[in-house]
Design a protein around this ligand. Structure first.
Ligand code: SAH
Ligand code: SF4
Length: 397
């Protein structure tokens, strides 16, 4: 494991107590409005907003100075009023398997608090997946998930969600000009090919910001990641699922994890509100569903809890008629968890039942476990530190 700090090769971009708002996260209409605030006459706002959009999201610039097709005095006015903010990179860790995890410190929120979130990059042979967070912590309390034990929770703004993608692109050198200058460019022309909303938080509890952020990330004149390469994972907020399909339009993943309400009530307490039958009914009606656009069902393998062959068979029955893939996730342990990961043979036998029933069911190789970057291991370092400090204080008292 290697830990690097941002000061290595990135210019400092965060200015403490900077009152200027960031342009990142504004929709196109919002950006045009911002041009108005910087004194651009109404007739020119859309055109200027288009230029600024291109610089920010296509080129990834971090200062107005770099926007060379915009007159110097307007660049100055923009500079006086706004920033193109990036979060502060508190740490960057690189796993022995190449997975990278960033701990990012956000600008102060309305209460002046600076929260931290984690973002993870998982390079594979044919793709590079960025796992981003939608909330600081999570209000849901799935018993096998580390994030669910974090008390502090707030929604991320659209800008904070998009900025995770931008920071990762900065760090892995994934902007078009970086790729052009790269003597050995990646397969397919970019390092970050997919985005999954599988970091901290429940994205459907932060619907509007997630929607704006995904519109920005998929905009063809900017970062340009197609919505088919973006997957939103939900623990099952049933009333928002149809809206997610209609308004956000990304691929969908469902954290199912159990085949009976009795077990799922324990693992994913939200199940008491929206039981399995309701959840699967919403899935059946998900807009745009087809064999080419399947729903991914995530299933964490917990020893002796949900991993029997009877569970596997029930799962096949439950998924009947839904174009689906099943993602078996070996449980990633975290300090203090009561659960254990199923044995390898058990996972294979479970997968075999699914395969025989015609479901692709790859077992997700745990990535980045040595840096606590694997699924469900995310929890802000500072939270852990504070807990540790508290324990130390208690021990000393
Ligand atoms: N809140 C959303 C998205 C973030 S969680 C959701 O629950 O779907 C991303 C995935 O990691 C979910 O499927 C979640 O159930 C799974 N996960 C959580 N804790 C885990 C752990 N300790 N080991 C393996 N997977 C875990
Ligand atoms: Fe929240 Fe998802 Fe973790 Fe459940 S699994 S606590 S919904 S982040």
């Amino acid at each position: 494991m290697t830990t690097l700090l941002n000061t290595l090769d990135a210019p400092p971009r965060y200015i403490p107590n900077d009152p200027r708002p960031s342009l990142i996260g504004l929709t196109r209409a919002g950006l045009a409005e911002a041009m108005g605030l910087a004194g651009v006459p109404e007739k020119q706002r859309r055109m200027r907003a288009g230029q600024v959009w291109h610089w920010i999201y296509h080129r990834g610039v971090t200062s107005f100075d770099q926007m060379t097709n915009i007159a110097r005095d307007l660049r100055q006015r923009l500079e006086d009023s706004f920033v193109i903010g990036r979060p502060e990179i508190v740490s960057e860790q690189i796993s022995s398997d190449g997975t990278r995890k960033w701990l990012l410190r956000l600008a102060p929120d309305a209460r002046g608090q600076r929260h931290e979130i984690e973002t993870v990059y998982i390079p594979e042979e044919d793709r590079g997946t960025l796992c981003i967070s939608s909330q600081v912590g999570c209000t849901l309390t799935c018993t096998f998930c580390h994030t669910g034990t974090q008390k502090l929770v707030r929604n991320l703004t659209a800008g904070e969600i998009v900025a995770q993608v931008m920071t990762a692109r900065d760090r892995v050198k994934d902007w078009p000009q970086d790729i052009e200058a790269n003597p050995t460019p990646p397969l397919g022309g970019r390092y970050i090919t997919n985005v999954v909303l599988m970091g901290m938080g429940e994205p459907l509890y932060n619907f509007d910001n997630v929607k704006d952020a995904m519109d920005i990330v998929s905009d063809g004149e900017g970062i340009s990641l197609s919505k088919r390469r973006i997957t939103l994972s939900t623990s099952g907020v049933v009333p928002e699922i149809p809206r997610a399909g209609g308004e956000i339009g990304t691929m969908l993943a469902i954290s199912l994890h159990a085949t009976t309400d009795e077990i799922r009530d324990k693992l994913v307490p939200l199940n008491k509100k929206y039981p399995i039958a309701d959840l699967l009914a919403a899935c059946r009606q998900y807009p745009g569903l087809s064999n080419a656009r399947r729903i991914t069902f995530e299933y964490v393998m917990l020893k002796g809890v949900n991993d029997s062959l009877a569970d596997a068979k029930r799962l096949v029955q439950l998924l009947k008629g839904i174009p689906a893939k099943v993602n078996l996730i070996p449980f990633n342990p975290w300090p203090g968890t009561p659960y254990e990961c199923s044995d390898w043979e058990t996972i294979e036998a479970f997968a075999e039942v699914l395969n025989r029933a015609g479901y692709a069911s790859p077992v997700r190789t745990p990535r980045g476990r040595d840096i606590m970057a694997a699924c469900g291991q995310l929890k802000s370092e500072s939270q852990k530190l504070r807990a540790r400090e508290r324990l130390a204080l208690e021990a000393g008292a």
